[in-house]
Structure formats: C-alpha cells, structure tokens
Design a protein around this ligand. Structure first.
Ligand SMILES: Cc1cc2nc3c(=O)[nH]c(=O)nc-3n(C[C@H](O)[C@H](O)[C@H](O)COP(=O)(O)OP(=O)(O)OC[C@H]3O[C@@H](n4cnc5c(N)ncnc54)[C@H](O)[C@@H]3O)c2cc1C
Length: 398
C-alpha cells in the first residue's frame, strides 16, 4: 500500500506531492536518477494515495479515449521563436493561459542546485526561465507542492510526470482546473552526466551562472548546443529578463554543439546513460500521452528546409484543441504521422558501452573529454558490423 519497495521508477515525485503525512522524499539514487524514499515508515497509514497517483505502477494511461488533432506551429513573435527550442509553442501556451487567469507550473534551471526544477510562474516575466528544454530530469516536488488545487494551472513536464499528475488531479476531483502539457520525450540522462560535464566546463568558465541547452545560432537543425556562462565570463547579462537577448553567440560563453561532438549530447542522445525506467518502462512514445497537448520539434520532410524552428503540436482532448487554436501562433493542420515524423516509436536503447560509461561516472573524480571521445570511438567500432549488416539487408530488399 505504499511506494517503499519502488526503485528505479520514473521519479516523477507525485507520491511525495500527494502524501499528506509528508513522509516521502525524492532523492537521487546511486545511478543519478530521482526515486522516492519513505522517511518515517511508522507514520505511514497505508492510505494508498501514493500508489494511486503513481503512473509507474499502472499499465494503463490516465487519459482514456484521446481525440487527436495534429499541427505544425510557430510563434508569430520572431524573438520568441528564435529563443525557444523549436517553434515556441511551449512559451505561447503559457503566455496565453496566464492571460486567461491561469498560473503555470513549468521547469527552470537552478544554477545553485545545478538542477532543473519545477516552479510556479504567475506572470509572463516569471514564465521566461521556463523557455527552452533542459535535457536533464527535473526535480518536481517543490513546484508541485506549491500548486493550490482550487486554482487554475497549466502544468508542463515529461509524459510520465504528466500521466502521474493527471492521476493526482483525478484522485482529488479537480481535473477541470488543469491544462496538462507534455512533449515527445527521448528519455532522461543520469544526473551524474550533467554534474561531470559541468565540472569539466566550469574549469574554464568558473561556476556556471547561466545554462542553455539549445540555440539557433547556426539554424534550428543544428540547434543541439550547450551555452554556459560562468563567473569568469566577461559580459554579465541577466538572460532571464528578456527573450530578445540570446540572438547571437556572446564572447566568453562556453559554446559546444552536438555537430562538433559535444560530450553531454553524445552521452545523452547516444543512450549511454538513459534512465533504465525510460528504456524498459516508458509507455508514452509517439501517440501515447495523458496530456491535453503534446509538443515537440517537427523534424521530418515537410519542414526540412526551415531553420527558424517549427513545433509539433498535438491535441489529445477537445480542451487542448480549443486552446491551441487561440494561441499567438501560426497553426497548420497535418495528419498525426506528419507531425510526429522523426519521433521515436520505441523506447531509448542502451549503448554497448553503457556499463563502462556508468562506471566512469561513478568512480572517477573527474572525467576528461578525451576519455569520453575514446569511448565514443570504441562504441562506433562496436556498432560497425550491425550497420554493415543492416545496409546489406536494405540493399537486398530493394
Ligand atoms: C528530457 C527531454 C527530452 C525531450 N525529447 C524530445 C524528443 O525526443 N523529441 C522532441 O521533438 N522533443 C523532445 N523534447 C522537447 C523539445 O526539446 C522542446 O521542448 C519542444 O520542441 C518544444 O519546444 P518549444 O520551443 O515550443 O518550447 P520550449 O520553450 O522549449 O518549452 C519547453 C517546455 O518544456 C518544459 N521543460 C523544459 N525542460 C524540462 C524538463 N527537464 N522536464 C520537464 N519539463 C521541461 C518547460 O517548462 C517548457 O514548458 C524533449 C525535452 C526534454 C526536456
């Protein structure tokens, strides 16, 4: 009747949010993923609320009979589109709903705690730090606990966080107060990857004061790029005050792109260190969601020449569809398969050298970029026979 024996779960934090005895904490496990812990077993009344709201423990999704409408979308405001990861639909959704009397529970990066965290924005200015994807697992508990269930909120998060969140608002019969948004999700990397990466970068920048995971300096299709300012970065700018500022590369900022072999992105997107729950237990790929609205990058043939950024926007409920049509965005309706082209249909996998990568993250004090680069070369060699075999198979089947 409680989550005592749950380990390696999604780490969504809804059990800790819902527990009225306040005896559940969310902590990083030895592999660097969030999971729940009961701090005072004797005080547990076995009420079952924590297990009821837990998406990890249920096979079915909390949203039944979705009605799907798919769109390509982008903000009508060029500065918003430039700053956001894809077309800026995430920000426009928050901005519109704030105007309609909602509050927004989104994710910002906390430089002091070195982690992504859910928080509440009540004004458009407060919404700005939620712009842009932070490709690490967010710590949800403080943000979720700050929600007043009697008020109206937009809640954004990974699909598993949102599935648990819908269970939570269904349990407390307040579903109508909430609009829920998730995104097409690759999976989340271990927090140890992030901490080791920061350690490496901070040697040049000093303690990080600003972090951004995506930028379109060289176009949207090459926008997997880390930009990090630190104490030693010359010009000090409060980036969070305006979305107009980050429009060109700034001197002194650490800039590193996936296309140039960025170590964080190689480890994350190469599946060296994905959460085992994302690999084995994710039930939210492609069209499976419990959100009202799902967003993402509209990769794929239709917008392959667009370098400003196009968001994929999918409504799963009539409420979500109505809201999408009201945003300050250009919307172009497409079949779902066009909107979701390029998205993963299966869960993230495991690299051949995952175990080695995780050991390096565990045991060494500091991991130098050259060690990671050697690991990537060995992985590439190990993958070679399979790639050749698949190429031959494709040629024969043609
Ligand atoms: C871990 C992760 C994996 C992703 N995988 C994919 C993928 O496989 N395919 C794809 O198309 N898109 C993926 N995305 C989403 C994508 O990066 C963009 O968020 C999306 O294209 C929307 O961009 P935007 O410009 O409209 O909004 P943005 O301004 O980028 O809006 C970002 C929204 O996401 C929320 N958010 C940011 N970071 C986190 C986080 N760590 N946890 C929870 N919520 C967060 C913010 O609160 C905000 O509402 C992923 C995002 C994350 C965080």
């Amino acid at each position: 009747m409680n989550i005592k024996d749950i380990h390696n779960c999604y780490g969504c934090g809804l059990c800790a949010t819902a527990c009225n005895r306040k005896i559940i904490e969310i902590r990083l496990n030895p592999d660097g993923f969030y999971e729940p812990h009961i701090t005072d077993d004797a005080s547990c009344t076995n009420c079952g609320v924590c297990t009821d709201v837990c998406a990890y423990l249920h096979d079915d999704l909390s949203l039944t009979s979705p009605q799907i409408s798919g769109y390509a979308a982008w903000s009508k405001e060029p500065a918003v589109r430039r700053k956001c990861s894809s077309g800026g639909i995430g920000f426009e959704l928050g901005r519109y709903l704030i105007g309609e009397g909602y509050k927004v529970c989104g994710v910002k990066y906390n430089v002091d705690n070195q982690r992504a965290e859910h928080y509440i924005a009540t004004t458009v200015e407060e919404l700005i730090p939620s712009i842009g994807s932070k490709y690490i697992q967010s710590y949800t508990v403080d943000g979720f606990k700050a929600i007043n269930k009697k008020e109206k909120y937009l809640v954004t998060g990974t699909p598993c966080q949102i599935d648990s969140f819908r269970r939570y608002v269904q349990k407390f019969r307040v579903e109508d107060n909430f609009v829920l948004m998730d995104f097409f999700c690759h999976g989340v990397p271990s927090m140890w990857v992030w901490k080791k990466y920061l350690q490496m970068v901070e040697k040049t920048t000093g303690k990080a004061t600003y972090v951004s995971w995506r930028n379109k300096f060289t176009g949207w299709h090459d926008s997997w790029a880390m930009s990090i300012d630190g104490e030693r970065t010359g010009e000090k700018v409060n980036w969070h005050n305006s979305y107009n500022l980050l429009i060109k590369e700034k001197k002194g900022t650490y800039n590193s792109r996936l296309s140039q072999g960025d170590v964080f992105y190689k480890l994350f997107l190469g599946d060296y260190c994905c959460n085992p729950a994302c690999q084995k237990e994710c039930k939210y790929k492609y069209r499976a969601s419990s959100a009202d609205i799902r967003i993402g990058d509209l990769w794929g043939k239709t917008y392959k020449d667009n370098e400003d950024g196009v968001s994929a926007a999918v409504a799963f409920t009539p409420k979500g569809n109505e809201i999408l049509k009201s945003l300050n965005c250009t919307l172009v309706e497409h079949p779902f398969d066009t909107v979701a082209e390029g998205q993963m249909k299966k869960n993230c996998g495991k690299a051949y050298l995952t175990t080695v990568a995780m050991k390096l993250l565990h045991f060494s004090h500091e991991v130098n970029a050259n060690v990671w680069r050697s690991l990537f070369i060995v992985e590439k060699l190990l993958r070679l026979p399979k790639r050749i075999f698949n190429k031959i198979k494709r040629t024969i089947s043609k």
